[in-house]
Design a protein around this ligand. Sequence first.
Ligand code: HEC
Ligand code: HEC
Length: 613
Amino acid sequence: MKRNLIVSVLLVIFTASVLLSILIISLTRLGTGYLRQEFGVAMPSYPEVKKAIWLDQGWSPEQRARYHYLSQGTITFGIPYEWFVALERPELSLVDVGLLSDPSYLDRFGFIPPDPGSEDTVLLPVGFARGGPMVSPSTGERWLDPQTGKDTTAIGLTCAACHTGRLTYKGTEFYVDGAGALADIPRLNAALAVSLLYTKYVPFRFDRFAKRLLGENASEDTKAQTRAKLDSVVAEVKRLQQIEASFGAANRIEGFSRLGALSRGGNQLFGDDLNNIANQVAISDPVHYPHIWWSSWFEWVQYDSSLEQPMVRNVLEALGVGATVNLVGKDLPLFASTIDVTAIFELETLLAGGQPKLGERYTGLRAPKWPEDILPPIDHDLAGKGAPLYKELCEGCHLPPVGTAEFFNGPFWKESDLKPGARYLALNTYGLGEIGTDPARAEIMAKRKVAVPKELGIETDDFALALGELLEKTVNRWYDSQTPPTPQATRDEMNGYRQSGARHPLAYKARPLDGIWATAPYLHNGSVPNLYALLSPVAERPVYFILGQREFDPEKVGLHHDSFDGGTLIDTGLRGNWNIGHEFDDAPGRAGVVGRKLSVSERRALVEYLKTF
Ligand code: HEC
Ligand code: HEC
């Protein structure tokens, strides 16, 4: 009897240690940089918010809800909605630790809790959209519920997940539509991977998962089917994570507010979708999520002004966040995709509004105004001193303030070839030698090579050009597949009356600075935490800082960036994170110097003036 007990205890200990070893090995293989000793995912905590406000940027509540939740056909996480809401948090425990999809948990990754005023009854964070039927990302097959035999539902990120900002000030949180998100998407992916793995290995967890998914009375057969599916999902997640981890130190941590979107998008299309691992690259070029009010009117978009047409750009993004496109034949036509082109056009139209004109109310998404009821009031005397400095030192590159007569009458407006009267902003771009900021992002676009199979009819190995062609073909295949095929005039309209140009200048563009106060961190790679530091010589900019904090600094205008548990440490000494260039210093001719040194009071005056835009 006693011996039996000892044997059982030993057996339990043995099983537990085997299980733990499997877990440790699997987790190490996953290569996530986010794990802590207690086998959870490191997460920051935030003080409680007393009041939450959406700033007025010209949208009605209905328009805002549309922007927040309209699906563009993406399948971002490789699993259907039903699985997403049945997974537990990635914490090692035998009992239920709460759901991963709980908005208050996702909040800690930076995702904005659902707007209580929104019509959406599902209560997912802003930017998490439920779409049509789920298909398996690797095979394109329908993903059915084994219990009912019906389609499961796709879930993916929409524009608002990456392009909605949030800031707090003394207990009030305010949200900014179209500003860069604070979110850490790679951290969410890591959390999902660990959560799936725990569902597979941790005792009792699969049973709870299956019960949530299939109900109390699920048959053994449907449970077995679900387990097999889970095994294949975990294997796929591991495969993808291993590819990424194989680049080791060449990867840059992206973290809160940043994503290596271009490299990731390229890897998805030319690596994963083409099934060619040799086309994969490291994630070496993280960028800050740009703000996108007014960008619909830029003649060329992306930080390096590399894509011309809004439709092509948005389709790139949709494919980057997991919409699928068929590039390898199989049973579907080439370039058939899950992208919802109509939804993308609606989202772009919400952002753009009608052609902006002097003296007329702008109907697209407007830049936020400095909220004097939340933040300390602007010192208008000081701002007045900044105005002539802006004219002298900034306007030549960044254009006159948006909406003024000088802005509307300037020579930088260009007529569309496709629609008389349509005008777009031809922004100034500056070569790397001149602007001197981190080169990684521009160089990926300019120097990356890809191998493309002949069947796709794309004749180049130049990444940027191949990308442009691939996107154009994907959009055209969608137009062609409609019944009747989309007429040319509608195509032109949906394409924003622009050609589908792609190019790769080793340069970055200077955009208008309206609403720039709400968009820290600064520069394309988010390497400078506030405006004051950006106007200071490089030697005075923070070398290390931490992203993830939400508390606004109204004086330096940006984010607090000192020590913060669970945040993202940015080391500006690493390529990809460099905080150099765009410098004001008395060193004429030095690369990256764009103006004379500014005195402390001049910097303060300029910062104050930028609050008035
Ligand atoms: C997964 C995050 C993500 C999603 C979702 C996303 N974007 Fe972006 N977007 C980015 C990033 C990152 C960039 C910067 C790309 C670059 O130049 O490297 C960007 C760039 C842009 C730009 C160019 C801005 C400029 O200043 O040149 C526009 C416009 C834009 N996005 C609009 C949209 C729209 C519209 C949607 C939805 C249809 C969308 N984005 C969805 C991350 C995202
Ligand atoms: C020679 C042209 C030039 C001059 C002069 C110039 N800028 Fe810039 N500015 C740029 C370019 C190009 C970028 C984008 C650089 C990058 O992201 O790497 C930029 C970026 C910025 C950004 C960051 C934008 C963002 O989205 O993060 C701010 C803020 C800014 N400039 C403010 C100013 C102010 C204020 C002045 C005048 C005191 C000024 N700039 C003068 C060209 C210029």
